[in-house]
Design a protein around this ligand. Structure first.
Ligand SMILES: Nc1ncnc2c1ncn2[C@@H]1O[C@H](COP(=O)(O)OP(=O)(O)OP(=O)(O)O)[C@@H](O)[C@H]1O
Ligand SMILES: O=P(O)(O)OC[C@H]1O[C@H](OP(=O)(O)OP(=O)(O)O)[C@H](O)[C@@H]1O
Ligand SMILES: O=C(O)c1cccnc1
Ligand SMILES: [Mg+2]
Length: 570
Protein backbone atom coordinates (compact mmCIF):
# COMPACT_ATOMS: atom_id res chain seq x y z
CA UNK A 1 0.00 0.00 0.00
CA UNK A 2 2.69 2.46 1.08
CA UNK A 3 4.78 1.53 -1.92
CA UNK A 4 1.88 2.20 -4.28
CA UNK A 5 1.43 5.66 -2.84
CA UNK A 6 5.14 6.40 -3.10
CA UNK A 7 5.35 5.16 -6.67
CA UNK A 8 2.23 7.03 -7.72
CA UNK A 9 3.70 10.17 -6.27
CA UNK A 10 7.05 9.70 -7.97
CA UNK A 11 5.30 9.44 -11.35
CA UNK A 12 3.82 12.88 -10.86
CA UNK A 13 7.06 14.56 -9.80
CA UNK A 14 9.59 15.77 -12.30
CA UNK A 15 12.83 15.51 -10.37
CA UNK A 16 15.52 12.94 -9.82
CA UNK A 17 15.54 12.93 -6.03
CA UNK A 18 14.24 9.74 -4.42
CA UNK A 19 11.35 9.92 -2.00
CA UNK A 20 11.86 9.78 1.78
CA UNK A 21 13.19 6.54 3.28
CA UNK A 22 9.83 5.97 4.95
CA UNK A 23 6.96 5.96 2.41
CA UNK A 24 4.64 7.08 5.20
CA UNK A 25 6.26 10.52 4.89
CA UNK A 26 3.66 12.12 2.62
CA UNK A 27 2.06 15.60 2.50
CA UNK A 28 -0.70 14.41 4.82
CA UNK A 29 1.80 13.42 7.53
CA UNK A 30 1.00 16.75 9.12
CA UNK A 31 -1.32 18.19 11.75
CA UNK A 32 -4.90 18.97 10.82
CA UNK A 33 -4.36 22.59 11.81
CA UNK A 34 -1.92 23.04 8.93
CA UNK A 35 -4.81 22.30 6.55
CA UNK A 36 -7.32 24.47 8.41
CA UNK A 37 -4.82 27.34 8.35
CA UNK A 38 -4.07 26.69 4.67
CA UNK A 39 -7.80 26.89 3.96
CA UNK A 40 -8.20 30.09 5.95
CA UNK A 41 -5.17 31.65 4.18
CA UNK A 42 -6.66 30.61 0.84
CA UNK A 43 -10.12 31.92 1.75
CA UNK A 44 -8.56 35.25 2.77
CA UNK A 45 -6.57 35.38 -0.48
CA UNK A 46 -3.40 35.34 1.63
CA UNK A 47 -2.07 31.90 0.73
CA UNK A 48 0.59 33.15 -1.68
CA UNK A 49 2.02 35.80 0.61
CA UNK A 50 5.75 35.21 0.89
CA UNK A 51 6.69 33.92 4.32
CA UNK A 52 9.99 33.10 5.96
CA UNK A 53 10.10 30.52 8.75
CA UNK A 54 13.06 29.44 10.88
CA UNK A 55 13.44 25.91 12.18
CA UNK A 56 15.54 25.78 15.35
CA UNK A 57 15.66 24.35 18.88
CA UNK A 58 15.91 26.15 22.17
CA UNK A 59 18.10 23.96 24.39
CA UNK A 60 20.81 21.39 23.84
CA UNK A 61 19.77 17.89 24.89
CA UNK A 62 21.20 15.54 27.55
CA UNK A 63 22.52 18.39 29.70
CA UNK A 64 25.16 19.04 27.07
CA UNK A 65 26.24 22.14 25.18
CA UNK A 66 26.09 20.85 21.62
CA UNK A 67 23.73 19.16 19.19
CA UNK A 68 24.28 17.48 15.84
CA UNK A 69 21.96 18.55 13.04
CA UNK A 70 20.47 15.57 11.19
CA UNK A 71 17.44 14.75 9.05
CA UNK A 72 17.96 17.33 6.28
CA UNK A 73 18.27 14.79 3.47
CA UNK A 74 14.89 13.31 4.40
CA UNK A 75 13.29 16.80 4.38
CA UNK A 76 14.64 17.53 0.91
CA UNK A 77 13.53 14.12 -0.36
CA UNK A 78 10.10 14.89 1.07
CA UNK A 79 9.63 18.25 -0.62
CA UNK A 80 11.16 17.06 -3.88
CA UNK A 81 8.30 14.57 -4.08
CA UNK A 82 5.62 16.74 -2.48
CA UNK A 83 2.38 16.16 -4.36
CA UNK A 84 -1.09 15.25 -3.12
CA UNK A 85 -2.70 12.12 -4.53
CA UNK A 86 -6.41 12.15 -5.40
CA UNK A 87 -7.04 9.84 -2.45
CA UNK A 88 -5.34 12.23 -0.09
CA UNK A 89 -7.27 15.22 -1.42
CA UNK A 90 -10.52 13.30 -0.95
CA UNK A 91 -9.50 12.47 2.62
CA UNK A 92 -8.57 16.07 3.43
CA UNK A 93 -11.93 17.17 2.01
CA UNK A 94 -13.70 14.67 4.28
CA UNK A 95 -11.74 15.92 7.30
CA UNK A 96 -12.62 19.59 6.80
CA UNK A 97 -16.08 21.11 7.27
CA UNK A 98 -18.41 20.61 4.25
CA UNK A 99 -18.54 24.39 3.82
CA UNK A 100 -14.95 24.41 2.51
CA UNK A 101 -15.04 25.46 -1.12
CA UNK A 102 -14.02 23.27 -4.07
CA UNK A 103 -11.50 25.85 -5.23
CA UNK A 104 -9.27 25.02 -2.26
CA UNK A 105 -9.05 21.38 -3.26
CA UNK A 106 -8.25 22.43 -6.84
CA UNK A 107 -5.48 24.54 -5.34
CA UNK A 108 -4.15 21.54 -3.34
CA UNK A 109 -4.26 19.39 -6.49
CA UNK A 110 -1.83 21.75 -8.27
CA UNK A 111 0.43 22.25 -5.27
CA UNK A 112 4.11 21.29 -5.18
CA UNK A 113 7.24 22.77 -3.61
CA UNK A 114 8.65 24.42 -6.73
CA UNK A 115 8.06 27.84 -5.19
CA UNK A 116 9.77 27.01 -1.89
CA UNK A 117 13.38 27.93 -1.05
CA UNK A 118 15.26 26.09 1.66
CA UNK A 119 18.49 27.22 3.26
CA UNK A 120 19.99 24.90 5.83
CA UNK A 121 23.06 24.09 7.84
CA UNK A 122 24.90 21.14 6.30
CA UNK A 123 23.68 17.86 7.76
CA UNK A 124 26.10 16.41 10.34
CA UNK A 125 27.13 19.86 11.59
CA UNK A 126 27.44 20.75 15.26
CA UNK A 127 24.70 23.28 15.99
CA UNK A 128 23.49 25.40 18.87
CA UNK A 129 20.21 26.72 20.28
CA UNK A 130 18.38 29.61 18.63
CA UNK A 131 20.44 29.57 15.42
CA UNK A 132 18.22 28.52 12.49
CA UNK A 133 19.01 25.01 11.28
CA UNK A 134 16.76 25.63 8.31
CA UNK A 135 15.17 28.73 6.79
CA UNK A 136 12.13 27.97 4.69
CA UNK A 137 10.76 30.62 2.34
CA UNK A 138 7.69 30.48 0.14
CA UNK A 139 3.93 30.92 -0.08
CA UNK A 140 2.72 30.90 3.50
CA UNK A 141 0.08 28.20 3.06
CA UNK A 142 2.60 25.75 1.62
CA UNK A 143 5.35 26.49 4.15
CA UNK A 144 2.87 25.90 6.97
CA UNK A 145 2.04 22.48 5.57
CA UNK A 146 5.76 21.65 5.85
CA UNK A 147 6.05 22.55 9.53
CA UNK A 148 4.98 19.29 11.11
CA UNK A 149 6.81 16.87 8.79
CA UNK A 150 10.01 18.95 8.90
CA UNK A 151 10.00 19.20 12.67
CA UNK A 152 9.23 15.49 12.85
CA UNK A 153 12.08 14.60 10.47
CA UNK A 154 14.64 16.78 12.25
CA UNK A 155 13.70 16.25 15.89
CA UNK A 156 14.47 12.58 16.50
CA UNK A 157 17.21 12.49 13.84
CA UNK A 158 19.17 15.27 15.54
CA UNK A 159 18.45 13.94 19.04
CA UNK A 160 19.61 10.40 18.37
CA UNK A 161 22.65 11.52 16.34
CA UNK A 162 23.65 13.68 19.29
CA UNK A 163 23.03 10.78 21.65
CA UNK A 164 25.27 8.55 19.53
CA UNK A 165 27.99 11.21 19.42
CA UNK A 166 27.82 11.53 23.20
CA UNK A 167 28.11 7.75 23.68
CA UNK A 168 31.06 7.71 21.28
CA UNK A 169 32.67 10.55 23.22
CA UNK A 170 32.49 8.64 26.51
CA UNK A 171 33.42 5.26 25.02
CA UNK A 172 36.57 6.74 23.48
CA UNK A 173 37.80 6.80 19.93
CA UNK A 174 39.42 3.41 19.87
CA UNK A 175 36.37 1.40 20.95
CA UNK A 176 34.09 -0.45 18.59
CA UNK A 177 30.47 0.61 19.00
CA UNK A 178 27.58 -1.64 18.00
CA UNK A 179 24.04 -0.35 17.77
CA UNK A 180 21.77 -3.13 19.16
CA UNK A 181 18.55 -1.16 19.57
CA UNK A 182 16.17 -2.38 16.86
CA UNK A 183 14.09 -4.54 19.23
CA UNK A 184 13.72 -1.71 21.74
CA UNK A 185 13.24 1.20 19.34
CA UNK A 186 9.95 3.06 19.06
CA UNK A 187 8.50 1.08 16.17
CA UNK A 188 10.00 0.22 12.79
CA UNK A 189 10.67 3.85 11.81
CA UNK A 190 12.37 4.45 15.16
CA UNK A 191 14.55 1.41 14.54
CA UNK A 192 15.54 2.31 10.99
CA UNK A 193 16.10 5.97 11.84
CA UNK A 194 18.15 5.04 14.92
CA UNK A 195 20.44 2.87 12.80
CA UNK A 196 20.93 5.60 10.21
CA UNK A 197 21.57 8.40 12.66
CA UNK A 198 23.60 6.44 15.23
CA UNK A 199 25.92 5.56 12.38
CA UNK A 200 26.12 9.25 11.51
CA UNK A 201 26.95 10.29 15.07
CA UNK A 202 28.88 7.35 16.41
CA UNK A 203 31.66 6.67 14.00
CA UNK A 204 35.23 6.58 15.20
CA UNK A 205 37.14 9.78 14.61
CA UNK A 206 40.50 8.20 13.84
CA UNK A 207 40.34 8.83 10.16
CA UNK A 208 43.54 6.98 9.34
CA UNK A 209 41.91 3.75 10.42
CA UNK A 210 40.18 2.39 7.38
CA UNK A 211 38.14 -0.34 9.05
CA UNK A 212 34.72 0.57 10.35
CA UNK A 213 34.58 0.78 14.10
CA UNK A 214 30.88 1.44 14.23
CA UNK A 215 28.47 -1.34 13.40
CA UNK A 216 24.80 -2.08 13.45
CA UNK A 217 22.83 -5.24 14.00
CA UNK A 218 19.85 -3.99 11.91
CA UNK A 219 19.95 -5.86 8.60
CA UNK A 220 17.37 -3.63 6.88
CA UNK A 221 19.48 -0.56 7.74
CA UNK A 222 22.53 -2.32 6.32
CA UNK A 223 20.67 -2.82 3.05
CA UNK A 224 19.10 0.65 2.94
CA UNK A 225 22.12 2.74 3.95
CA UNK A 226 25.17 0.52 3.48
CA UNK A 227 25.89 0.57 7.22
CA UNK A 228 28.36 -2.21 8.10
CA UNK A 229 26.63 -5.04 9.95
CA UNK A 230 27.85 -7.10 12.84
CA UNK A 231 26.36 -9.29 15.52
CA UNK A 232 27.02 -12.06 18.01
CA UNK A 233 24.46 -14.64 19.19
CA UNK A 234 21.89 -14.84 21.95
CA UNK A 235 21.43 -16.81 25.16
CA UNK A 236 18.73 -18.85 23.41
CA UNK A 237 21.33 -20.35 21.10
CA UNK A 238 23.38 -21.45 24.10
CA UNK A 239 20.49 -22.81 26.13
CA UNK A 240 18.97 -24.63 23.15
CA UNK A 241 21.77 -27.23 23.38
CA UNK A 242 21.53 -30.04 25.90
CA UNK A 243 24.77 -32.00 25.37
CA UNK A 244 27.70 -32.45 22.97
CA UNK A 245 26.06 -35.69 21.78
CA UNK A 246 23.70 -33.53 19.75
CA UNK A 247 26.51 -32.60 17.37
CA UNK A 248 26.31 -35.06 14.49
CA UNK A 249 28.53 -33.46 11.86
CA UNK A 250 31.83 -33.17 13.72
CA UNK A 251 34.36 -32.72 10.95
CA UNK A 252 36.11 -29.45 10.17
CA UNK A 253 38.53 -28.76 7.37
CA UNK A 254 41.81 -26.99 8.12
CA UNK A 255 41.60 -23.33 7.04
CA UNK A 256 44.18 -23.87 4.30
CA UNK A 257 42.32 -26.95 3.01
CA UNK A 258 45.35 -29.19 3.69
CA UNK A 259 43.59 -31.64 6.04
CA UNK A 260 40.32 -32.47 7.74
CA UNK A 261 39.80 -32.93 11.48
CA UNK A 262 37.21 -35.72 11.63
CA UNK A 263 36.22 -35.11 15.25
CA UNK A 264 36.33 -31.44 16.17
CA UNK A 265 34.22 -32.18 19.30
CA UNK A 266 36.97 -34.42 20.73
CA UNK A 267 39.64 -31.87 19.83
CA UNK A 268 37.71 -29.30 21.87
CA UNK A 269 37.48 -31.75 24.82
CA UNK A 270 41.22 -32.38 24.65
CA UNK A 271 41.86 -28.65 24.90
CA UNK A 272 39.40 -28.26 27.76
CA UNK A 273 41.30 -30.96 29.71
CA UNK A 274 44.62 -29.28 28.97
CA UNK A 275 43.20 -26.01 30.31
CA UNK A 276 41.85 -27.72 33.41
CA UNK A 277 45.24 -29.16 34.29
CA UNK A 278 47.29 -26.16 33.17
CA UNK A 279 49.34 -24.90 36.06
CA UNK A 280 48.73 -21.24 35.17
CA UNK A 281 44.95 -21.66 35.00
CA UNK A 282 44.61 -24.47 37.54
CA UNK A 283 41.93 -23.97 40.16
CA UNK A 284 40.01 -21.28 38.27
CA UNK A 285 37.43 -23.82 37.10
CA UNK A 286 36.61 -27.51 37.32
CA UNK A 287 33.68 -28.94 35.38
CA UNK A 288 32.25 -26.51 32.82
CA UNK A 289 28.71 -26.61 31.53
CA UNK A 290 28.68 -29.24 28.76
CA UNK A 291 25.55 -27.97 27.01
CA UNK A 292 27.22 -24.54 26.70
CA UNK A 293 30.31 -26.25 25.31
CA UNK A 294 28.10 -27.99 22.77
CA UNK A 295 26.58 -24.67 21.72
CA UNK A 296 29.99 -23.02 21.32
CA UNK A 297 31.35 -26.00 19.38
CA UNK A 298 28.36 -25.95 17.04
CA UNK A 299 28.71 -22.22 16.46
CA UNK A 300 32.40 -22.67 15.72
CA UNK A 301 31.59 -25.43 13.21
CA UNK A 302 29.17 -23.02 11.52
CA UNK A 303 31.52 -19.99 11.63
CA UNK A 304 35.07 -21.27 12.09
CA UNK A 305 36.61 -18.10 10.65
CA UNK A 306 34.73 -15.66 12.88
CA UNK A 307 33.97 -17.49 16.11
CA UNK A 308 32.55 -15.33 18.87
CA UNK A 309 30.70 -16.63 21.96
CA UNK A 310 28.28 -15.19 24.48
CA UNK A 311 29.82 -16.43 27.71
CA UNK A 312 27.43 -15.42 30.49
CA UNK A 313 24.59 -17.90 30.16
CA UNK A 314 25.70 -20.09 33.10
CA UNK A 315 28.84 -18.78 34.77
CA UNK A 316 31.33 -16.49 33.07
CA UNK A 317 34.58 -17.50 34.78
CA UNK A 318 33.80 -21.10 35.70
CA UNK A 319 32.21 -22.09 32.43
CA UNK A 320 31.80 -19.54 29.64
CA UNK A 321 35.42 -18.39 29.36
CA UNK A 322 37.09 -21.82 29.67
CA UNK A 323 34.59 -23.30 27.20
CA UNK A 324 35.21 -20.46 24.76
CA UNK A 325 38.98 -20.88 25.08
CA UNK A 326 38.82 -24.64 24.52
CA UNK A 327 36.91 -24.07 21.26
CA UNK A 328 39.16 -21.17 20.20
CA UNK A 329 42.28 -23.28 20.84
CA UNK A 330 40.86 -26.18 18.84
CA UNK A 331 40.07 -23.75 15.99
CA UNK A 332 43.60 -22.40 16.26
CA UNK A 333 44.97 -25.93 15.66
CA UNK A 334 43.10 -25.85 12.36
CA UNK A 335 44.42 -22.42 11.37
CA UNK A 336 41.38 -20.34 12.42
CA UNK A 337 41.65 -17.17 14.49
CA UNK A 338 38.67 -16.60 16.78
CA UNK A 339 37.08 -13.19 17.30
CA UNK A 340 36.27 -13.15 21.01
CA UNK A 341 33.49 -13.10 23.60
CA UNK A 342 30.44 -11.10 24.63
CA UNK A 343 29.55 -10.37 28.25
CA UNK A 344 25.89 -9.45 28.81
CA UNK A 345 25.40 -9.33 32.59
CA UNK A 346 27.14 -8.83 35.89
CA UNK A 347 30.05 -6.53 36.61
CA UNK A 348 31.36 -5.81 33.13
CA UNK A 349 34.54 -4.08 34.36
CA UNK A 350 35.59 -6.90 36.66
CA UNK A 351 34.63 -9.70 34.29
CA UNK A 352 36.37 -8.11 31.33
CA UNK A 353 39.59 -7.79 33.37
CA UNK A 354 39.35 -11.40 34.54
CA UNK A 355 38.66 -12.60 31.01
CA UNK A 356 41.67 -10.67 29.73
CA UNK A 357 43.89 -12.24 32.41
CA UNK A 358 42.68 -15.68 31.34
CA UNK A 359 43.38 -14.97 27.65
CA UNK A 360 46.84 -13.65 28.47
CA UNK A 361 47.62 -16.64 30.64
CA UNK A 362 46.73 -18.91 27.71
CA UNK A 363 48.86 -16.87 25.35
CA UNK A 364 51.79 -17.38 27.73
CA UNK A 365 51.17 -21.00 28.65
CA UNK A 366 50.67 -22.25 25.11
CA UNK A 367 52.86 -19.76 23.27
CA UNK A 368 50.04 -18.33 21.15
CA UNK A 369 50.83 -14.74 20.14
CA UNK A 370 47.70 -12.61 19.91
CA UNK A 371 45.45 -14.85 22.04
CA UNK A 372 45.60 -12.33 24.89
CA UNK A 373 44.15 -9.66 22.59
CA UNK A 374 40.92 -11.59 22.01
CA UNK A 375 38.03 -9.15 21.50
CA UNK A 376 35.77 -8.54 24.50
CA UNK A 377 32.32 -7.12 23.72
CA UNK A 378 30.10 -5.92 26.55
CA UNK A 379 26.38 -5.21 26.51
CA UNK A 380 23.46 -4.92 28.96
CA UNK A 381 21.65 -1.67 29.51
CA UNK A 382 24.70 0.45 28.76
CA UNK A 383 24.47 4.23 28.63
CA UNK A 384 26.72 7.27 29.03
CA UNK A 385 26.84 6.85 32.81
CA UNK A 386 27.73 3.15 32.80
CA UNK A 387 30.38 3.71 30.11
CA UNK A 388 31.82 6.49 32.23
CA UNK A 389 31.76 4.28 35.34
CA UNK A 390 33.53 1.47 33.47
CA UNK A 391 36.21 3.90 32.30
CA UNK A 392 36.77 5.12 35.83
CA UNK A 393 37.03 1.59 37.24
CA UNK A 394 39.30 0.37 34.44
CA UNK A 395 38.12 -2.35 32.05
CA UNK A 396 39.25 -4.51 29.19
CA UNK A 397 36.23 -4.11 26.91
CA UNK A 398 37.02 -3.54 23.22
CA UNK A 399 33.46 -3.20 21.92
CA UNK A 400 30.20 -1.97 23.40
CA UNK A 401 26.79 -3.14 22.18
CA UNK A 402 24.25 -0.47 23.09
CA UNK A 403 20.51 -0.68 22.56
CA UNK A 404 17.72 0.77 24.68
CA UNK A 405 19.39 3.90 26.06
CA UNK A 406 20.84 4.83 22.70
CA UNK A 407 17.89 4.43 20.36
CA UNK A 408 15.06 5.46 22.67
CA UNK A 409 17.06 8.50 23.80
CA UNK A 410 16.15 7.40 27.31
CA UNK A 411 17.83 10.40 28.94
CA UNK A 412 15.75 12.90 26.96
CA UNK A 413 12.72 12.07 24.86
CA UNK A 414 12.63 15.00 22.42
CA UNK A 415 14.78 17.86 21.22
CA UNK A 416 12.03 20.48 21.13
CA UNK A 417 12.58 21.70 17.58
CA UNK A 418 10.29 24.60 16.61
CA UNK A 419 9.26 26.29 13.38
CA UNK A 420 8.56 30.01 13.70
CA UNK A 421 7.45 32.74 11.32
CA UNK A 422 10.15 35.42 11.15
CA UNK A 423 9.03 37.48 8.16
CA UNK A 424 5.94 37.92 5.96
CA UNK A 425 5.89 40.04 2.81
CA UNK A 426 9.29 41.43 3.85
CA UNK A 427 7.88 42.48 7.24
CA UNK A 428 9.86 41.02 10.16
CA UNK A 429 7.71 39.22 12.74
CA UNK A 430 8.39 38.30 16.36
CA UNK A 431 6.74 35.85 18.77
CA UNK A 432 6.80 37.18 22.32
CA UNK A 433 6.72 35.10 25.48
CA UNK A 434 6.88 35.61 29.24
CA UNK A 435 9.76 33.18 29.03
CA UNK A 436 12.57 35.11 27.31
CA UNK A 437 14.12 31.92 25.98
CA UNK A 438 10.95 31.44 23.96
CA UNK A 439 10.97 34.85 22.25
CA UNK A 440 11.70 34.25 18.57
CA UNK A 441 14.45 36.10 16.71
CA UNK A 442 12.75 38.02 13.89
CA UNK A 443 13.88 38.72 10.31
CA UNK A 444 15.27 36.76 7.44
CA UNK A 445 18.78 36.26 8.78
CA UNK A 446 22.26 35.22 7.79
CA UNK A 447 24.17 33.04 10.22
CA UNK A 448 27.93 32.65 10.60
CA UNK A 449 30.33 30.65 12.73
CA UNK A 450 33.40 32.61 13.74
CA UNK A 451 36.61 30.70 14.45
CA UNK A 452 39.46 31.91 16.67
CA UNK A 453 43.24 31.72 16.58
CA UNK A 454 43.43 28.17 17.85
CA UNK A 455 41.11 26.89 15.17
CA UNK A 456 38.15 26.37 17.50
CA UNK A 457 34.69 27.79 16.85
CA UNK A 458 34.24 30.85 19.12
CA UNK A 459 30.73 32.07 18.52
CA UNK A 460 27.77 31.85 16.13
CA UNK A 461 26.36 35.17 15.03
CA UNK A 462 23.07 36.00 13.32
CA UNK A 463 22.78 39.17 11.25
CA UNK A 464 20.10 40.77 9.11
CA UNK A 465 19.95 39.50 5.54
CA UNK A 466 21.52 42.62 4.07
CA UNK A 467 24.24 43.29 6.64
CA UNK A 468 27.82 42.91 5.46
CA UNK A 469 29.38 39.53 6.16
CA UNK A 470 31.84 39.36 9.10
CA UNK A 471 35.39 39.53 7.75
CA UNK A 472 38.51 37.66 8.75
CA UNK A 473 40.71 39.90 10.93
CA UNK A 474 37.98 42.51 11.40
CA UNK A 475 36.55 43.12 14.85
CA UNK A 476 32.82 42.53 15.15
CA UNK A 477 30.54 43.08 18.13
CA UNK A 478 28.64 39.91 19.07
CA UNK A 479 25.69 40.51 21.37
CA UNK A 480 23.59 38.10 23.39
CA UNK A 481 20.16 38.34 21.70
CA UNK A 482 18.30 39.17 24.91
CA UNK A 483 20.77 40.07 27.65
CA UNK A 484 21.96 43.66 27.27
CA UNK A 485 25.15 43.30 29.28
CA UNK A 486 26.41 40.18 27.53
CA UNK A 487 28.52 41.15 24.55
CA UNK A 488 32.00 40.56 23.17
CA UNK A 489 34.21 41.77 20.36
CA UNK A 490 35.44 38.96 18.16
CA UNK A 491 38.21 39.08 15.57
CA UNK A 492 37.56 35.96 13.51
CA UNK A 493 40.40 34.02 11.91
CA UNK A 494 37.93 32.14 9.78
CA UNK A 495 34.27 32.80 8.95
CA UNK A 496 31.86 30.09 7.88
CA UNK A 497 28.42 30.93 6.53
CA UNK A 498 26.07 28.37 8.05
CA UNK A 499 22.94 28.44 5.90
CA UNK A 500 23.36 27.09 2.37
CA UNK A 501 20.77 26.67 -0.36
CA UNK A 502 19.50 23.08 -0.46
CA UNK A 503 16.31 23.79 -2.42
CA UNK A 504 16.36 26.87 -4.66
CA UNK A 505 12.74 26.64 -5.80
CA UNK A 506 12.24 29.03 -8.70
CA UNK A 507 15.22 31.17 -7.75
CA UNK A 508 18.44 31.04 -9.73
CA UNK A 509 20.49 29.88 -6.74
CA UNK A 510 22.61 26.76 -7.04
CA UNK A 511 21.39 23.76 -5.10
CA UNK A 512 23.87 22.10 -2.72
CA UNK A 513 24.19 18.38 -3.39
CA UNK A 514 22.88 15.93 -0.84
CA UNK A 515 26.03 14.12 0.26
CA UNK A 516 26.04 10.36 0.90
CA UNK A 517 25.63 9.18 4.50
CA UNK A 518 29.33 8.37 4.82
CA UNK A 519 30.26 11.95 3.95
CA UNK A 520 27.74 13.35 6.40
CA UNK A 521 29.26 11.13 9.09
CA UNK A 522 32.74 12.38 8.20
CA UNK A 523 31.53 15.97 8.50
CA UNK A 524 30.11 15.16 11.91
CA UNK A 525 33.47 13.77 13.09
CA UNK A 526 35.36 16.76 11.71
CA UNK A 527 32.96 19.21 13.32
CA UNK A 528 33.19 17.55 16.73
CA UNK A 529 36.98 17.64 16.42
CA UNK A 530 36.81 21.41 15.92
CA UNK A 531 34.90 21.97 19.17
CA UNK A 532 36.75 23.31 22.19
CA UNK A 533 37.01 20.46 24.75
CA UNK A 534 35.30 22.44 27.52
CA UNK A 535 32.11 22.66 25.41
CA UNK A 536 32.21 18.89 25.00
CA UNK A 537 32.85 17.65 28.55
CA UNK A 538 30.02 15.83 30.29
CA UNK A 539 30.13 17.62 33.62
CA UNK A 540 29.27 21.33 33.59
CA UNK A 541 30.30 22.00 30.00
CA UNK A 542 30.92 25.63 29.04
CA UNK A 543 28.00 27.06 27.04
CA UNK A 544 28.89 27.97 23.46
CA UNK A 545 28.04 31.59 22.64
CA UNK A 546 25.20 32.31 20.26
CA UNK A 547 24.89 35.95 19.35
CA UNK A 548 23.35 38.58 17.10
CA UNK A 549 24.91 41.61 15.42
CA UNK A 550 24.47 45.01 17.08
CA UNK A 551 22.05 46.01 14.33
CA UNK A 552 19.91 42.91 14.71
CA UNK A 553 19.98 43.32 18.51
CA UNK A 554 18.60 46.84 18.20
CA UNK A 555 15.97 45.71 15.75
CA UNK A 556 14.79 42.79 17.92
CA UNK A 557 14.32 45.11 20.86
CA UNK A 558 12.63 47.79 18.78
CA UNK A 559 10.16 45.22 17.45
CA UNK A 560 9.69 43.75 20.91
CA UNK A 561 8.72 47.12 22.36
CA UNK A 562 6.55 47.81 19.36
CA UNK A 563 4.58 44.57 19.67
CA UNK A 564 4.33 44.27 23.45
CA UNK A 565 1.33 46.15 24.85
CA UNK A 566 2.15 48.53 27.70
CA UNK A 567 0.59 47.42 30.96
CA UNK A 568 -1.48 49.76 33.10
CA UNK A 569 -1.41 49.65 36.89
CA UNK A 570 -4.33 51.00 38.90
N1 LIG B 1 31.38 -2.23 36.59
C1 LIG B 1 30.22 -1.63 36.42
N2 LIG B 1 30.02 -0.39 36.88
C2 LIG B 1 28.85 0.23 36.75
N3 LIG B 1 27.80 -0.32 36.13
C3 LIG B 1 27.94 -1.56 35.64
C4 LIG B 1 29.14 -2.26 35.75
N4 LIG B 1 28.96 -3.45 35.17
C5 LIG B 1 27.71 -3.50 34.71
N5 LIG B 1 27.07 -2.36 34.98
C6 LIG B 1 25.69 -1.98 34.67
O1 LIG B 1 24.93 -2.40 35.78
C7 LIG B 1 23.65 -2.81 35.36
C8 LIG B 1 23.40 -4.23 35.84
O2 LIG B 1 22.07 -4.48 35.64
P1 LIG B 1 21.33 -5.75 36.15
O3 LIG B 1 21.57 -5.90 37.60
O4 LIG B 1 19.93 -5.70 35.63
O5 LIG B 1 22.12 -6.81 35.32
P2 LIG B 1 22.44 -8.26 35.64
O6 LIG B 1 21.60 -8.79 36.71
O7 LIG B 1 23.89 -8.34 35.80
O8 LIG B 1 22.06 -8.87 34.24
P3 LIG B 1 20.80 -9.68 33.73
O9 LIG B 1 19.62 -9.22 34.53
O10 LIG B 1 20.71 -9.30 32.26
O11 LIG B 1 21.17 -11.10 33.94
C9 LIG B 1 23.61 -2.69 33.84
O12 LIG B 1 23.01 -1.47 33.51
C10 LIG B 1 25.08 -2.67 33.49
O13 LIG B 1 25.31 -1.92 32.29
O1 LIG C 1 20.62 -3.83 26.90
P1 LIG C 1 20.48 -2.96 25.69
O2 LIG C 1 21.39 -1.77 25.72
O3 LIG C 1 19.07 -2.61 25.38
O4 LIG C 1 21.07 -3.82 24.44
C1 LIG C 1 20.40 -4.77 23.76
C2 LIG C 1 20.13 -6.00 24.61
O5 LIG C 1 19.34 -6.81 23.81
C3 LIG C 1 19.73 -8.12 24.08
O6 LIG C 1 19.09 -8.56 25.23
P2 LIG C 1 17.73 -9.33 25.29
O7 LIG C 1 16.73 -8.84 24.29
O8 LIG C 1 18.04 -10.77 25.22
O9 LIG C 1 17.17 -8.92 26.69
P3 LIG C 1 17.78 -8.96 28.16
O10 LIG C 1 19.27 -8.88 28.04
O11 LIG C 1 17.21 -7.75 28.82
O12 LIG C 1 17.35 -10.22 28.78
C4 LIG C 1 21.21 -8.01 24.29
O13 LIG C 1 21.69 -9.14 24.96
C5 LIG C 1 21.38 -6.76 25.04
O14 LIG C 1 21.41 -7.01 26.43
O1 LIG D 1 24.21 -9.32 17.79
C1 LIG D 1 23.98 -9.22 18.99
O2 LIG D 1 24.72 -9.69 19.87
C2 LIG D 1 22.76 -8.48 19.46
C3 LIG D 1 21.92 -7.85 18.58
C4 LIG D 1 20.82 -7.18 19.05
C5 LIG D 1 20.58 -7.12 20.38
N1 LIG D 1 21.40 -7.73 21.25
C6 LIG D 1 22.48 -8.39 20.79
MG1 LIG E 1 20.37 -7.45 28.48
Amino acid sequence: MAETIANGRADQCANNIDGPTNPMVTPILTDLYQFTMAYAYWKAGKHNERAVFDLYFRRNPFGGEYTIFAGLEECIKFIANFKFTEDEIAFIRSSLPPTCEDGFFEYLRELDCSDIEIYAVTEGSVVFPKVPLMRIEGPIAVVQLLETPFVNLINYASLVTTNAARHRFVAGRSKILLEFGLRRAQGPDGGISASKYCYMGGFDATRRITVFLCFDSNVAAGKLFGIPLRGTHSHAFVSSFLSPDEIIEKSLQHRDGSSVCEDFVSLVQTWLNKLKWSHLLGGIFSETNQSELAAFTSYALAFPGSFLALVDTYDVMRSGIPNFCAVALALNDLGYKSVGIRLDSGDLAYQSCEARKFFRAIEKEFGLPGFGKMNITASNDLNEETLDALNKQGHEVDAFGIGTHLVTCYAQAALGVVFKLVEINNQPRIKLSEDVSKVSIPCKKRCYRLYGKEGYALVDIMTGENEPQPKVGERILCRHPFSESKRAYVVPQHVEELLKCFWPGNSDKTREDLPPLKEIRERCIEQLDKMRPDHMRRLNPTPYKVSVSAKLYDFIHFLWLNEAPVGELQ
